[in-house]
Design a protein around this ligand. Structure first.
Ligand code: GLA
Length: 504
């Protein structure tokens, strides 16, 4: 394609209609490609676990240059374990992966200090598929599939249990009833989680991390025992069990006596943040209080690595557009508040086969989103530097869903070192345009067509923060797509997106 008086046309999903599920992500090649973050934060003197995400035909032989003392690599699995150095410092590592088709390397900055989650967390969460049916088996299966499906090779690492693992006195499920705590006040899991340390060990053995959930209130949102007046003790229990992330869900806390003002909205997080920081292992804090009291302004200072900015995506009603758009639009407004170590969380990626948030007894079903809508969903989340948590059924992953979740160049935008959330360049009834400046000086953009017919979306490059003349790369197809000067114009399908990287 050549430069044409500042306007250029590339075809992006223009031809796709509802009902078709065209795969855009090219299959990863047989040679290794290392994916995931290029920087990683860990606290000093704590257990360390990181599985180098790499696609490519197995066996792959991994090596790492610059590993600090106390950490070691298993060259066959690419899993690094050990204890982080006792004092803060930055370690410039070089990962290398090779197999019979080639070799590749990638730099990786290990920052030992107070900050965790230097890039948005990636993983899977049980809520929208399993609700109160979640068991130890579900979680083990999710860990297995995260490896066998290849998701872990793109950087997905957290396997998170949501609500309903604790006990609930009046549960209709007898396995969930019983004393909430033992005589010493220790929180007890229900009978479907017979051995939490064994469960996290199972997840860790695969190089993955385990997420837990509780509430600062007496009860979780589904009515299970929360951490109210046991905060320190429960955090210790969760750390002892071996969890690496805690979703702390406001729920019944807001109904406890005296909780009305904004200050009281913050109090439970200001309490739990420092408690988690003092634990003998790194535990990421995901604050879930639905965006109350402008959490994006103080969540980081409270000790959160991410915070939900809205209500539940699964309960968001479809209107002119599917519900995820409305959640995305709201989350996008807070772009200035995200950065390395602290991210706006617009909730999970609900594609593939998902349960019914309005009635958890209904069997999970394939989501009713068009292909274009699903590419739009993932593009928006990647550009917004959102945590990427898949919420669908890991037992029923299909090729299309994996193609949406596992595009290495789309994920690179999400995990970019600069840690900027995309700025909203335009929001009208017809168009939504996001621009995310990347660490190498290029700009990732999303041109979203909100209408039900294909349309041309044009935008001056200056509005996108890009250079006057750029090379363009279509990130979904992983293909260079010509050049543009001054302005670009793209034909985008109904409810579709063009996700481009603009390079000098
Ligand atoms: C709230 C949260 C959800 C989920 C449920 C569990 O609704 O926002 O993400 O954790 O509670 O009960």
């Amino acid at each position: 394609m050549s430069l044409s008086r500042g306007l250029l046309c590339v075809l992006a999903l223009g031809a796709l209609g509802a009902g078709e599920l065209p795969i855009l992500t090219p299959k990863p090649g047989p040679a290794p490609r290392i994916n995931g973050p290029r920087a990683y934060g860990a606290r000093p003197g704590r257990p360390f676990l990181y599985r180098i995400p790499s696609t490519g035909e197995r066996p792959i032989r991994f090596s790492v240059e610059g590993l600090p003392k106390g950490l070691s690599l298993d060259p066959k699995t690419g899993i690094i374990t050990g204890t982080t150095p006792a004092s803060p410092g930055e370690f410039r590592l070089k990962f290398e992966a090779r197999n019979r088709h080639g070799r590749t390397s990638r730099s990786f900055k290990l920052v030992v200090g107070e900050r965790l989650s230097l890039t948005p967390q990636m993983g899977w969460n049980s809520w929208y598929t399993h609700y109160d049916h979640v068991t130890d088996r579900t979680i083990r299966q999710a860990a297995d599939v995260m490896i066998s499906s290849g998701m872990a090779d793109f950087g997905y690492e957290f396997v998170s249990i949501d609500d309903c693992w604790a006990r609930k006195a009046d549960s209709k499920n007898p396995r969930h009833r019983g004393e909430a705590r033992d005589a010493a006040g220790e929180l007890l899991p229900n009978a479907d989680f017979p051995d939490m340390p064994a469960l996290t060990a199972y997840v860790h053995a695969r190089g993955l991390k385990a997420g837990a959930y509780t509430s600062p209130g007496p009860r979780t949102c589904a009515g299970y025992t929360g951490a109210w007046r046991h905060e320190q003790q429960d955090a210790r229990t969760i750390a002892r069990w071996g969890f690496d992330l805690l979703k702390y869900d406001l729920c019944s806390y807001s109904k406890t006596p005296g909780v009305k003002t904004a200050e009281e909205d913050r109090a439970p997080y200001r309490l739990m943040g420092p408690i988690l920081q003092s634990m003998p292992r790194d535990i990421v804090l995901n604050m879930c209080q639905y965006g109350r009291s402008e959490v994006w302004k103080w969540g980081a200072e409270a000790g959160g690595q991410s915070w939900r900015t809205t209500g539940d995506l699964g309960l968001e009603k479809d209107a002119d557009l599917p519900g995820f758009y409305y959640i995305g639009f709201k989350n996008a407004e807070h772009w200035e508040y995200a950065g390395p170590g602290h991210w706006n969380d617009p909730d999970y990626i609900l594609i593939g086969v998902v349960g019914d948030a309005f009635n958890s007894d209904n069997p999970p079903q394939a989501v009713k989103l068009t292909a274009n809508e699903q590419y739009s969903y993932m593009s928006m989340w990647a550009l917004m530097a959102s945590p990427l948590f898949f919420g669908g059924d890991m037992g029923r992953l299909d090729e299309f869903t994996l193609n949406v979740l596992c595009n290495a160049e789309v994920i690179d935008v999400n995990q970019d070192l600069a840690g900027k959330q995309a700025r909203v360049v335009r929001k009208t009834a017809e168009e939504f345009v996001l621009a995310k400046p990347l660490e190498d000086g290029s700009v990732a953009v999303g041109l979203f067509n909100l209408t039900k017919a294909p349309r041309d979306i044009a935008c001056p490059l200056k509005d996108l923060g890009a250079a006057d003349r750029v090379r363009m790369r279509d990130l979904w197809r992983q293909k260079d797509s010509g050049k543009a000067a001054n302005s670009l114009r793209v034909n985008v399908g109904a409810h579709g997106v063009a996700m481009l990287r603009l390079m000098r």
